[in-house]
Design a protein around this ligand. Structure first.
Ligand SMILES: Cc1ncc(COP(=O)(O)O)c(C=O)c1O
Length: 451
């Protein structure tokens, strides 16, 4: 049979992923024609001049080519060579062999140690799944939770379209809850209750709630009270929680700090709420999107369900081994006293310092443009400003016109969801500082003419 479009299932056809949609395709076309494009559409740091951490790349290099462990003494510091040796021992057969479906145990133990140290709570290596980026973990959790077309998953609006796309693909029901733009995009209990009750009125069996902290595209950071409120909400309505914490290192405001859902849940003695938490090598100060490293940690999930998750993971055999090693380096970076420590700290702090400066520069710059209103970028890698549009114009058209006229590629707010009648776009804070200044300048001129 020669497959035709009509042979493809409805769920696949309806799945949308705005971050790489029509506007990006047009940007690539313009670039092929010789236009300079500033890609602000996707959180892909190393595509925007961020350099990889030396330590991580050195460990990966040695794991990929172990002959260099002994021969490369003048190129690789001793702690790197020792780490590579231990990681390879942990994998048993090196990076060219499948690992256990849940991932290399040595790496999962390091993830558990990382959680213990970060949160001061117990963590179990057997509750950790190493995944190809956080995306695969999120998809695994949603696959387990969606058992039929009446099953609903609450997702924030605006949200990162991995969630809406996967729910559509697995033929569940997306139940959006609005984030409160007027209050720094924080969670609002009344908005949560409202969306849940509305879904139930339509016969949706709501099974879980997804939370992105820090938020994409909103850049908001939740505090402990917000997290506690959400856990209570989940408990009172019998929902599981998916906590997407891939931006946990990307916190920019003095006084803010990352608090994990696992920590708040354990500290409040909550045992009745199932929790899936996700972390990734793609964000933070690593920005190793292409290595596809990440993990999912599960809590309060009975062994027979855990067995089903493991079974699903085993269908694709295992996460890629390079990503597993990158995850090891993320959770077990050099420590004080180790030869690589000073360089690691210097590189880490420079990257985070630049991101912090760009977050402020971008939000302040956008707020100077009449007709654009942007919340503080407290975390993650994005700004999601609200834009005033002439009657009858969509944000999609706005972003296309912006691209054509200025070469700036951003994603329309409609790709993430927004309150009807409002318009936004999402831009990353990732371009180098000199380009951020150009982005703000060109946007200001474009927006003035657009209105
Ligand atoms: C909130 C959020 N979760 C998950 C991901 C997926 O990241 P990865 O699969 O590269 O780990 C992203 C990527 O941008 C994201 O923004």
């Amino acid at each position: 049979m020669a497959i035709q479009l009509q042979d493809i299932g409805k769920a696949v056809l309806e799945t949308e992923y705005a971050v790489r949609g029509r506007i990006v395709a047009r940007a690539q076309e313009l670039e092929r024609q010789g236009r300079e494009i500033i890609y602000c559409n996707i959180g892909n740091p190393q595509a925007l001049e961020q350099r990889p951490l030396t330590y991580l790349r050195q460990v990966l290099a040695l794991c990929q080519y172990p002959d260099l462990i002994d021969r490369g003494a003048d190129l690789f510091p001793p702690d790197v060579r020792e780490t590579a040796r231990r990681v390879l021992e942990g994998t048993r057969y090196g990076l060219g062999a499948y690992s256990d479906s849940t991932g290399v145990r040595f790496v999962r133990e390091a993830v558990a140690a990382f959680i213990r140290e970060r949160d001061g709570i117990e963590a179990d290596a057997d509750a950790i799944y190493l995944t190809d980026g956080a995306s695969k973990g999120v998809q695994a959790a949603l696959r387990i939770l969606i058992s039929g077309p009446h099953d609903g998953i609450m997702i924030p609006i605006p949200q990162y379209p991995l969630y809406s796309a996967t729910i559509t693909l697995y033929e569940g029901k997306q139940v959006g809850y609005y984030l409160d733009e007027g209050h720094a995009w924080k969670l609002s209990l009344s908005m949560l209750e409202e969306s849940l009750q509305e879904a139930r009125r339509y016969g949706v069996r709501v099974k879980a709630i997804c939370v992105l902290n820090p938020g994409n595209p909103t850049g908001s950071v939740l505090d402990r009270d917000n997290i506690r409120m959400l856990i209570q909400f989940a408990k009172s309505h019998d929902l599981a929680i998916l906590a997407d914490e891939v931006y946990q290192e990307n916190i920019y405001l003095k006084g803010d700090r990352f608090v994990s859902f696992a920590k708040v849940m354990v500290e409040s003695g909550e045992a009745g709420v199932s929790l899936f938490s996700f972390h990734s090598c793609s964000k933070g100060y690593l920005g190793e999107c292409g290595q596809r490293g990440g993990y999912m940690e599960v809590r309060n999930i009975p062994p027979d369900v855990v067995a089903q998750i493991t079974k699903l993971q085993s269908v694709s055999l295992c996460a890629n081994l390079t990503g597993q090693v990158a995850t090891y380096c993320m959770v077990r970076p050099p420590r004080p006293g180790e030869p690589s420590y000073a360089r690691f700290v210097e590189e880490r702090d420079r990257i985070l310092g630049e991101l912090r400066a760009r977050a402020a520069l971008l939000a302040e710059g956008l707020n100077r443009v009449p007709g654009i209103q942007c919340n503080v970028v407290a975390g993650a890698m994005y700004a999601f400003p609200r834009i005033a549009l002439p009657a009858g114009r969509s944000d999609e058209q706005y972003c296309l016109d912006l691209l054509e006229q200025t070469g700036i590629c951003v994603v329309p707010g409609s790709g993430f969801g927004q309150i009807p009648g409002t318009a936004h776009f999402r831009t990353t804070i990732l371009p180098p500082t000199r380009q951020i200044e150009a982005v703000v300048e060109r946007l200001a001129a474009f927006h003035a003419s657009y209105r």
